[in-house]
Design a protein. Structure first.
Length: 446
């Protein structure tokens, strides 16, 4: 049974990683892998409480899925009301080198509130108005990928992996931001510093208003409505971590409240204002536009990883790592590099199942209490995992949703990115880990 499950998982992983080559959506393989793993475990274990375990696993997974549906709907709604144009239209720079820094800064902080994929779509589409040369646009797109991934790593709602770790109480909002914002900034500054030298120090081109995605928009005809939806949407997303810290309820309850408020606001706007019927600004329409294939991918992959945990494969792997490596920087460093090849969601899910959050009792019972201390809530291991899984995805263009999206929109060559940006991203990645090590050393010393 164990051997068959390992083979199924490895083959499924390879298919998921080869999505861009096979041209088959990775959700297909995630769902197949999930079903086959649970079926194999069921046939091989003869466990009497298997149904209960499956329901429990589904409940844990659906917490993440419900949160993602709510967050993605709010982001889609802001985009539908053209709220993001207030950001893109106000980008100013004297030359292309300065523009690269401005774009990196905006992408970094925007992805902390939205997510790396949405931020990349918005920023890459905006680039089409500002840069006419395809190859030159690729350089800016590479910077956007790195900045969006790093920006999502220090925010509890900035990336699926940070959401997962935050919802399972591996990290808390304020400590995550406090410990990781500086390493994440470092992981962006170094690549952008190198990349900006590859761009000519020349004036910006005239804005291209012929892009079909630009043209006349709601922000032109109804600017107050567009701005109101932008502000309401951003505040509703920021409300979630505040709600969790006050009530101690799971984040998906906060996002459901935020979604309800946005639903009420948009219903009032649609009923009271004369809007273009083709826009259909109701939440019900926005729900139909969210990427359900992504939602199903997360559902499949998280349940698949849970099947491995039920078969004790992940706990055995954790034991092997503890015995043979026993060092959090090395373990997470390897995970970060792996996340540039395969999706970081199953990697983080696997680590969460391999290593439970340490309590005082676990530390006291451990053969190595100092090592067990790394796994407490907001411990070094969890902060390293958050950083490495998020930022490491920038090393390869296929290593993150941001990279895959940019690759699809701009038709960026895999080898082009590998030759020009992988080294830059890796340099920022190592520098960020070094910054975390320095922060930990300073805490111990002082």
């Amino acid at each position: 049974m164990v051997t068959i499950m390992i083979v199924i998982f490895v083959l499924g992983y390879l298919m998921i990683a080869s999505e861009h080559v096979l041209r088959i959506n990775k959700a297909t393989f995630a769902l197949l892998m999930c079903g086959l793993l649970w079926a194999t475990y069921s046939l091989g274990s003869h466990n009497q409480d298997l149904s209960y375990r499956l329901i429990e696993a589904l409940g844990d997974t659906c917490e993440v899925v419900v949160f993602l549906i709510g967050a993605m709907t709010i982001v889609e709604l802001i985009d539908r009301y053209d709220g993001f144009s207030y950001i893109t239209r106000r980008i100013r720079a004297r030359n292309k080198r300065k523009l690269m820094w401005v774009i990196a800064l905006i992408s970094f902080f925007m992805s902390a509130i939205l997510d790396n994929m949405t931020t990349t779509i918005i920023m890459v589409m905006m680039l089409r108005r500002m840069i006419s040369s395809n190859r030159e646009r690729w350089k800016f797109a590479g910077v956007i990928i790195i900045s969006a991934n790093s920006g999502g790593a220090w925010s509890p709602i900035g990336d699926v992996t940070t959401i997962m770790l935050w919802m399972k109480n591996c990290v808390t909002s304020l400590n995550l931001i406090g410990y990781l914002i500086l390493p994440c900034i470092v992981s962006v500054v170094i690549p952008v510093l190198i990349a900006s030298r590859c761009v000519k120090d020349e004036p910006l081109e005239e804005l291209n208003d012929n892009d079909k995605r630009v043209g006349e928009s709601l922000s032109d005809t109804h600017p107050l409505i567009s701005k109101s939806i932008l502000i309401s949407g951003v505040l509703s997303l920021l409300f979630v971590p505040v709600f969790k810290s006050i009530t101690h309820l799971p984040p998906y309850m906060g996002i459901l409240i935020s979604l309800g408020v946005m639903w009420l606001i948009t219903e009032i706007i649609v009923n009271k204002c004369d809007l273009d019927k083709k826009m259909d600004g109701r939440i019900s329409s926005a729900l139909r536009r969210i990427d359900m294939s992504t939602i199903l991918f997360f559902l499949g992959i998280l349940l698949a990883v849970n099947a491995l945990q039920q078969a004790h494969l992940l706990s055995n792997l954790a034991h092997w790592l503890d015995t043979n490596i026993h060092e959090p920087y090395t373990i997470n460093g390897i995970i970060g590099v792996l996340s540039s090849i395969v999706d970081n969601v199953p990697l983080v899910a696997a680590c969460m199942n391999m290593y439970p959050v340490s309590t005082e009792a676990i530390i006291q019972a451990s053969a190595d209490p100092v090592y067990a201390q790394y796994f407490i809530q907001d411990g070094l291991f969890w902060h390293l995992l958050t950083f490495c899984a998020g930022v490491g995805g920038s090393i390869m263009i296929i290593g993150s949703a941001a990279g895959v999206v940019a690759m699809g929109i701009e038709k960026i060559s895999f080898m082009w990115y590998l030759k020009r940006f992988s080294i830059m991203a890796f340099a920022g990645y190592i520098a960020g880990i070094a910054t975390i090590w320095l922060e930990a050393w300073l805490v111990i010393e002082f």
